[in-house]
Ligand binder design. Structure first.
Ligand SMILES: Nc1ncnc2c1ncn2[C@@H]1O[C@H](COP(=O)(O)OP(=O)(O)OP(=O)(O)O)[C@@H](O)[C@H]1O
Ligand SMILES: [Mg+2]
Length: 607
């Protein structure tokens, strides 16, 4: 029997299209809220029941539709947003004219709407063909109600997650659209079980210039800590503009949940953009940390194709290299300017840990601060031997590292924000006194950063200085690993690491980077291999080199546990001040935290 070719009916066509457009309640909400924004709504509210499985209702105060428009809105490929003559000039969220017919094909859909100067009308479609247009009561705008999503396609129902998970996904969609439209007010309400429901998200319209409005909205959506710890970005290159906020590396997250990218106002999940973000932060974050950003790329619509996927979450740039370069350079530049600023959450988290728990009314021990001399005299008088005892048991403060100068009268110079070293504790932390408080430096993390920046500099200038080994060190590897290293031996050579094949699967190391001093060549090679494996083949050469340098730096850094002399500590502090990006180590952890005197006083109830 020869197969028969037949034309599918509209119902089947719409269900097939729905498969692509409406994957879960969150995608239905996305389509409906985008329609409301396209209609010029100022306020949009979304009601959900049972994670959107039984009810999704989107109410807007936009331009509405006339009674004659309603059947058209439900017919496939009918749209008011483009005329079809220029598919590259798209200014609205919607343009395909298939969201409403798709939703009508897989659920019970009711659209009630009223355009200015028109009667209010409503149309119903239950899993297929639309019913007649009927008059209804509505002051203006549009209310779209979608009940029993996927009742017409039960196979889909089985793929839905728990109500909670689906609600969460809806919340994400609304938050993202809320970031894109700061001047529109959004409310998300859970009305499961009937009644007025519970508001689970609310963002009131914000006004002001671009950055003020965005900042206000981001604080509402991502939390005030995000904007406090983020850098404003505003850069342009060849017709592309990048604006928004990018968080300091020390405010990074364990997953990509806080990465929000927009192209011409449309939230997107785009591999190119995410890769560019990773490149921009590669210097500051380890692979398992993800930067938090809300970034907006705007360009002439002709430079980007949004018609790539029915859900429109992917885009294609005509010139991806420019966009990538813009993101990487703008973010790196901003991060460099932020210099050694570590996120405020680091200091406040420290304080949070240190603040004594208060039960009942705060007890405040007020006393006048006696001079050091008076204090010692009084200790001596109260308990003979106490003064000596306190120095004899000074714990892990290592005596010889204390600065020679008497401490009481040396104020650290104003131009040294990291202050003067006062001592080293637990063989890893330098305590320094600054003009306004104290700074605690993680010596290993800080030094690693300095070595890394130095290596990078050297390499850019003239290649890293190498030091020849008297006897080449032969390292046995797997044949694959050896081949992978030898493949990049030219790059490694520029980094001061000279290797060559040594028969079979062995590699001989002839020179190592001079800055590292004596290193374990085998450990270094294995680390570089790990880095290559992490980076895979996708990273650009430059990124790979930087990642490798960062591993190399770790080998040459002052270990935790090394006792440092006062001059050494002060030299480290001065170098940190002079070095870009010294506020975080190569893995995005802070290299120091600062406690203001006022914070310390707060800890002791002295406010
Ligand atoms: N909330 C609304 N207020 C006013 N008009 C609306 C609203 N929702 C839909 N419409 C009208 O109905 C039409 C069809 O909507 P639908 O979402 O199906 O397609 P679209 O938005 O044009 O394109 P896409 O399929 O890409 O979303 C829209 O073009 C618009 O004219
Ligand atoms: Mg639409």
């Amino acid at each position: 029997m020869r197969p028969v070719i037949r034309q599918l009916d509209d119902m089947a066509i719409n269900r097939i299209a729905a498969g692509e457009v409406v994957e879960r309640p969150a995608s239905a909400v996305k389509e409906l809220v985008e329609n409301a924004i396209d209609a010029g709504a100022q306020r949009i509210s979304v009601d959900l029941a049972d994670g959107g499985k039984t009810l999704i209702r989107v109410t807007d105060d936009g331009c509405g539709m006339s009674p004659e428009d309603l059947p058209l809105a439900l017919s496939r490929h009918a749209t008011s947003k483009i005329d079809g003559s220029d598919l590259l000039n798209i200014q609205s969220f919607g343009f395909r004219g298939e969201a409403l017919p798709s939703l009508g094909a897989v659920g019970r859909l009711t659209i009630a709407s009223r355009a200015e100067g028109q009667e209010a009308a409503e149309i119903v479609v239950n899993g297929g063909a639309p019913g007649p247009v009927r008059p209804t009561a509505l002051n203006g705008g549009t209310v779209v109600t979608l009940r029993d999503l996927f009742f017409a396609t039960p196979a889909r129902l089985k793929f839905l997650r728990t109500d909670r998970a689906e609600s969460q996904a809806v919340g994400e969609v609304i938050r993202r659209l809320a970031m894109a439209e700061p001047s529109v007010g959004f409310t998300l309400r859970d009305v499961s079980g009937g009644g007025a429901g519970r508001v689970s998200f609310r963002a009131d319209p914000v006004t002001g210039d671009l950055f003020d409005a965005l900042r206000g909205r981001l604080a509402q959506v991502m939390g005030p800590e995000f904007v406090e710890n983020a850098l404003a970005i505003d850069a342009e290159r060849e017709g592309f503009r990048l604006t928004g906020y990018a968080a300091l590396p020390t405010y990074s997250r364990g997953s990509a949940v806080a990465q929000h990218l927009f192209v011409n106002g449309r939230p997107v999940r785009d591999k190119l953009l995410i890769g560019a973000l990773r490149g921009a932060y590669a210097d500051f974050l380890s692979r398992d940390r993800h930067p938090a950003v809300a970034l907006f790329i705007d360009c002439n619509p002709h430079k980007v194709d949004v018609n790539v996927h029915p859900a429109k979450s992917e885009v294609r740039f005509r010139d991806p290299g420019v966009v990538r370069g813009l993101i990487v350079s703008a973010l790196r530049h901003a991060l460099a300017e932020a210099g050694h600023r570590a996120s405020t959450t680091v200091a406040s988290a420290t304080l949070g840990v240190m603040t004594p728990e208060r039960t009942g009314p705060a007890r405040v021990y007020q006393m006048d601060r006696p001079s050091l001399g008076a204090r010692q005299a009084s200790y001596a008088a109260q308990a003979p031997g106490f003064a000596e005892m306190s120095t004899a048991y000074s714990g892990r403060v290592v005596e010889p590292v204390l600065p020679q100068t008497p401490q009481e009268d040396v104020a650290p110079p104003k131009d040294q924000p990291l202050g003067a070293a006062r001592g080293q504790v637990h063989e890893n932390y330098i305590i320094a006194q600054t003009e306004t408080g104290i700074v605690i430096v993680d010596q290993h993390a800080a030094h690693e950063r300095l070595v890394y920046e130095k290596l990078k500099h050297q390499m850019a200038d003239r290649g890293v200085a190498a030091q020849a080994l008297l006897i080449p060190e032969v390292v046995e590897l797997s044949a694959d690993d050896a081949a992978r290293l030898l493949e990049i031996s030219d790059d490694l050579y520029r980094m001061g690491l000279a290797i060559e094949a040594f028969g079979g699967s062995a590699v001989a190391v002839r020179e190592t980077p001079a800055i590292l001093g004596e290193v374990n060549a085998e450990a270094l090679l294995r680390d570089i291999l790990d880095e290559l494996a992490d980076q895979g083949s996708s990273a650009l050469v430059q990124e790979k080199i930087e990642a490798i340098l960062s591993r190399v730096a770790c080998h040459g850094s002052i270990r935790s546990g090394r006792i440092m002399r006062a001059e050494e500590m002060n030299a480290l502090l001065r170098e940190m001040e002079a070095t870009p990006h010294s506020g975080q180590c190569n893995h995005g952890r802070p290299t120091y935290v600062e406690l203001k005197l006022s914070d310390i006083e707060r800890l002791f109830g002295r406010t």
